[in-house]
Write a protein that binds this ligand. Structure first.
Ligand SMILES: NC(=O)N[C@H]1NC(=O)NC1=O
Length: 177
C-alpha cells in the first residue's frame, strides 16, 4: 500500500498526481477528483470529502445515475472473474461476500437483476459498513422504494464508500487530536 498522505502533501499535489491518488475514490469516476482539484487547499480529509459530495449533489439525475452505473454488482460477474478494482475487491471481502453460501449467492444475484430491471442502475451499498446479511436484507427492502428514493440512497452510499477510501489515503488529523 502506498504511504498515507498528510493534508499539506495532498494540497501540494499537481493535477496528474492528484488524479493518480484520488481518481478512484468514487468508483471509475475520476471526474469527481478532477472537479475538486481546483478547490485546494483542503483543510483536512473531511473538507476534501465534502467538496466531492457537493460536486455529486450538483449533478443532474442522469449524472447521478451514471455514477451509480459505474459501480460493479456486489458478488457479480466482475467479482467472479477477479476483475474488480483493488478497492472494490477489498470492500466486498470485508462484507464477507466472498464467503456466501450458494443460496445466498443465488439470492443476491437474482435480486441484483430485479433491482437493475426496476431502476435502470445497480444496487449500491457501502459494503465495508454492512455484513453480507445486512446487504441481502437491504437489497430486498430497497427494491420496494421509488426510483427517486433509490437514486438518493445510492448516492449517499457512494459518499460513504468515498469517505472510507479517502481515509485510506489521507491522514485524518481529527482522529489524532
Ligand atoms: N454495488 C456496490 O455497492 N458496489 C460497491 N460497494 C462497495 O462498498 N464497493 C463497491 O464496489
Amino acid at each position: 500500500m502506498a504511504d498515507m498522505l498528510s493534508i499539506s502533501l495532498v494540497n501540494e499535489l499537481n493535477y496528474e498526481d492528484f488524479i493518480g491518488r484520488f481518481g478512484n475514490v468514487v468508483e471509475h469516476c475520476s471526474i469527481c477528483a478532477a472537479a475538486v482539484w481546483r478547490n485546494r487547499p483542503f483543510r483536512d480529509v473531511h473538507h476534501l470529502h465534502q467538496e466531492i459530495c457537493s460536486f455529486m449533489d450538483l449533478l443532474p439525475d442522469t449524472g447521478k445515475e451514471g455514477v451509480l452505473r459505474l459501480h460493479p454488482d456486489l458478488a457479480g460477474k466482475l467479482a467472479e472473474l477477479g476483475s474488480l478494482t483493488q478497492e472494490s475487491t477489498a470492500e466486498q471481502k470485508a462484507a464477507g461476500l466472498d464467503t456466501m453460501s450458494p443460496d445466498e449467492k443465488q439470492l443476491l444475484r437474482e435480486t441484483n437483476i430485479k433491482y437493475r430491471e426496476k431502476f435502470g442502475f445497480p444496487f449500491v451499498i457501502c459494503a465495508r459498513q454492512n455484513k453480507k446479511e445486512a446487504i441481502l436484507k437491504g437489497i430486498v427492502e430497497r427494491l420496494e422504494h421509488s426510483a427517486a428514493e433509490e437514486l438518493n440512497i445510492g448516492i449517499e452510499e457512494v459518499k460513504k464508500i468515498c469517505l472510507l477510501r479517502l481515509l485510506g489515503i489521507v491522514i485524518d488529523d481529527k482522529s489524532h487530536m
